[in-house]
Design a protein around this ligand. Structure first.
Ligand code: 2BA
Length: 109
């Protein structure tokens, strides 16, 4: 068994959740915040048998789109002023950032 941890954009989260439920995969959805943009995103924890990993990856791929987003400038507040960029910059936020972790033990009571 593996634990798939997928960080996705909020805009895709309901569609991904519905697609997982449709295919009978169990998932937990967490409201999270990206470290760089400091904006909300959604993290799914999906416990699956090894044989289903590719299927789940495909569902994530089909339901999560990459988009560009503007980052507003943040003043350095005592930090390194040399690195301060005083204008908004565009970053490409990926459709999903996915980690696959081994599960040592799984039990439900
Ligand atoms: P954020 O940390 O808010 O990052 C949003 C997007 O900003 C990133 O998209 C990337 O395009 C850009 N970015 C992030 N750090 C950067 C940096 N130091 N310099 C320049 N640009 C930077 P993604 O890479 O698609 O990541 C989307 C979200 O996935 C991230 O939101 C974060 O919540 C999560 N994530 C990405 N990589 C991760 C990792 N290695 N560990 C944990 N979470 C990760």
């Amino acid at each position: 068994m593996k634990m798939i941890i997928a960080v996705v954009q909020d805009k895709d989260s309901n569609r991904l959740q519905d697609a997982l439920v449709d295919k009978n995969y169990r998932a937990t959805k967490l409201a999270t915040t990206g470290g760089f943009l400091k904006a909300g995103n959604t993290t799914f924890m999906i416990g699956v048998e090894d044989a289903h990993i590719e299927d789940v990856m495909e569902i994530i791929r089909e339901n999560c789109k990459s988009r560009s987003q503007m980052v507003a400038p943040v003043s350095p507040m005592g930090g390194n002023a040399d690195a301060y960029v005083p204008y908004p910059v565009e970053v490409e936020v990926g459709g999903a950032t996915v980690f696959v972790l081994p599960v040592e033990n799984f039990q439900q009571f």
